[in-house]
Design a protein around this ligand. Sequence first.
Ligand code: FES
Ligand SMILES: [Fe+2]
Length: 342
Amino acid sequence: MMVETLPARWYVDQGIFERERRAIFARSWMLLGPEHEVAEPGSWRAQRLNGWPIVVVRDEGGRLRAFHNVCRHRGAELVEADGAGKCRLLVCPYHAWSYDLDGRLVRTPNFGEEEAFDKSQHGLLPARVEAWAGLIFVCLDMAAPDLTTWLGSIPELLKPFPLAPDMEYHSSFSLDGACNWKAYCDNTVEGYHLPTVHKRLTAAVDRDNTSIKSFDGGRLVVFDVTYQSTGSDLRGAKGIWFYRFPGFQGVAGDRSFKADRIEPVGAGGMRYTNWSWFRDLSEPERLDSMEWSRQIAAEDIGICETVQRNMVAGVYLTGVLSPTQEGHIARLQQLVREAVDG
Ligand code: FES
Ligand SMILES: [Fe+2]
C-alpha cells in the first residue's frame, strides 16, 4: 500500500494552521537565538515566535526570564518586537507602565489607582526559557517537558562536534518563503531532491557515505554526512545535519555550527532564520559558508513555493510518498495529524 501525503488543504487552510499553532508550536521549545545576546544582567532580546511576541531578559541575579511582549494595561508591545537592548525596568511606550526584570508591575504613572487595583495581579505573562549549547529556547506551555527532554538524542549525537560556546559567532540571516511550513519541513527530511535542487551540495557530498536516520519516535531526523575527499573545500570532513520537529534544525561539523529556526507565518508563509558560528576558517571561507547556507535555503524555499502555488490552485489534492526515500515525511505528517486531530 502506498502512503499518501497529507491532503493539499492542510497546506492552505487557515483553521488548520491555527490548530497547528496551538497544538504543535505552543507546546514545543522554539529557538529564540544565541545566548550571548543576553549575557549581561538587564540585557533583553525580543523576537516574534510563531506569531507570539516574546522578550527574554537576563535578570539582576543572572537568571534568564521570558515574558510575552505584551503590556498588561491595554496590550501594547513593551519592547520593539525584533529588538534588543539593556535596561533596569521594562517601560511600556504607550502609557509608561513599568515592570521589573522579574516581570512585576512596579509603576503605573497617573493611573489614578483605586485600592482595589492590585499591581501584583498585573505582572507580565511568563513563558519558559532554558539555554543549551549557547542557544536560548522558549516554550509557552508551562506543562510541557523540559528542554533537555525535548532535545532528546540531540546532545548525545552532537557530542563529537564543537558547539556554539566553543566557536566564534559570525552572523544571522532570515529568508521568508511563500509556502506552508510543512511544505518546507517535508522537503527538509528527504534527500530525494538533493541532486536536482542542490547541485553544489550534491557535488560536495559523498552520497555513498551519507545516511538518513530518525530518532525519538521520528521527531528527530539526522543526515550523517561525509564530504567528498576531493573537489570540495571541506575535504573529507564529516558532519551531521539534524531536524527536530517542528521547527529546529542545525548543522554541526568540525569547523562550523549552524542553528536554524523554521516557523509558520500564516497558512501560506514561513520564515527560515539561521545563526552561524565558526572556528579555524578565514573570513572569506566563513562568508562563503554563509552564502552556501543561504543558497541551500533559497533553493529549498524556491521549489516549495511552486508546491504551495499548486496546493492553492486546487487541482492537486494528494500525492504518494516513496517507500525508500520519503519515510521520514510520512512520519512527520503523522505527527502533525496526531497533534491536530488530538
Ligand atoms: S498599554 Fe502599556 S502602559 Fe498602556
Ligand atoms: Fe533541500
